[in-house]
Ligand binder design. Structure first.
Ligand code: PHE
Length: 367
């Protein structure tokens, strides 16, 4: 609406008549085009109002004898403008008049779904909830003590070095057990739970973990695990086998077989890797199972007595006679699985990167 100020060629009556007829026309036109407030600003605005700009321009250049005639006409124009402002605004326009077709379907909003990783994490946790486990969580920024020392990692274990572990800066002046790092597994929450709680314990620990790994089709520096810990009297390796066999059948179907392969973790003894019969070829051998018929899914083992000893030493700081984690009286098992790995096998996904890409074409498949 930034129109120029019209020119007034001379001050003859007929010229003035024509000029004001034209102005009156634009008042009427803008009255129908603008809403009331915009119309008021357009004509009567204190700084940029057209009435003020035009009258100033025309009166300034007018010879004294033409000023009266101009003044009368500007008054009439002002009355016309005020009359428009006094007429009550018409009722809001009906949708059809505004060019809206109310019979068209509305804009559909996607309701949102749990991310496939969270879905799988929830499924795993659920399987153990049904077995009477409860859930525990722990911090992602962890100390060397909980992440390594109490879990029986020797002081010079390679996992403690920066090529494997993302450490928090400026920790060198602290005693080694207090140095902070991004937890490399959910196992430190085993320690936190046992220090806080006496047996019996049955917990699952879902959460984010961090490793100094380059991203590729099967690795990501941030990923998710679900840890499990069961401590009670008379817990044996066959309890561990039965529990994980049940969990794998619950996750992958009752016809999968499980196989326990000797392995090593500093905090379990004996330790095992759990493999399931390949769900893609039924165990015959295919590209997905590298023609072995088996897919490796998780680590597990019986809690190492050295872990119970570390827990007991901590508990004795508050109660010197504490002996509830005496390995002569109780035993336990622990396991840890990668959520990404399980979800990739469940859905036949070959690149871990899809989970983090935020690509709706990928995510929508899990709606
Ligand atoms: N913390 C081990 C890992 O991250 C997994 C594990 C958990 C193994 C519990 C045994 C018992 O690889």
């Amino acid at each position: 609406m930034n129109e120029d100020i019209p020119e007034l060629p001379n001050h003859e009556q007929s010229t003035l008549d024509a000029a004001f007829t034209s102005l009156s026309g634009s008042v009427s036109r803008s009255a129908s085009e603008l809403d009331q407030e915009a119309f008021r600003l357009h004509w009567l605005g204190r700084k940029q109002g057209r009435l003020k700009l035009i009258s100033e321009a025309w009166l300034k250049s007018a010879p004294p004898e033409a000023k009266k005639a101009l003044g009368i006409r500007f008054n009439q124009l002002k009355q016309q403008i005020e009359a428009v402002l006094e007429t009550p605004t018409s009722a809001p326009k009906a949708p059809a008049e505004q060019g809206i077709d109310i019979t068209l379907p509305g804009t559909l909003r996607a309701p949102g779904i749990p991310h496939p990783l969270l879905k799988t994490m929830h499924e795993i946790v659920q399987v153990f909830h049904h077995l009477g486990y409860s859930t525990n969580l722990g911090p992602q920024v962890e100390s060397d003590f909980y992440n390594f020392e109490a879990l029986n990692f020797p002081p010079n274990h390679p996992a403690r070095d920066t090529p494997d572990t993302l450490v928090i800066a400026a920790q060198q002046t602290r005693p080694s057990r207090d140095r902070l790092l991004m937890r490399t597994h959910t196992s430190p929450v085993q320690i936190r739970t046992m220090i806080a709680q006496a047996p019996p314990i049955r917990i699952v620990i879902p959460g984010k973990v961090h490793r100094n790994d380059a991203a590729d089709a099967t690795h990501s520096p941030i990923f998710h695990q679900v840890e499990g810990l069961c401590v009670d009297t008379n817990i044996t390796f066959s309890d561990l086998k039965g529990t994980l066999d049940h969990a794998m059948k619950a996750l992958f179907g009752s016809d999968v077989k499980t196989r326990f392969f000797p392995s090593f973790f500093p905090f379990t003894e004996p330790s095992a890797d759990v493999q399931i019969s390949c769900i893609f070829c039924g165990g015959k051998g295919c590209r997905k199972c590298k023609h072995s018929g088996w897919i490796e899914l998780l680590g597990c083992g019986m809690v190492d007595p050295a872990v119970f000893a570390a827990v007991t030493a901590e508990r004795r700081k508050t109660d010197p006679s504490d002996d509830v984690y005496n390995p002569e009286k109780i035993t336990g098992f622990a396991f840890g699985m990668g959520v990404e790995r399980i979800a990739m096998v469940q859905h036949g996904i070959s690149d871990i990167g899809h989970f983090y890409s935020g690509d709706m074409r990928f995510l929508e498949q899990f709606a």
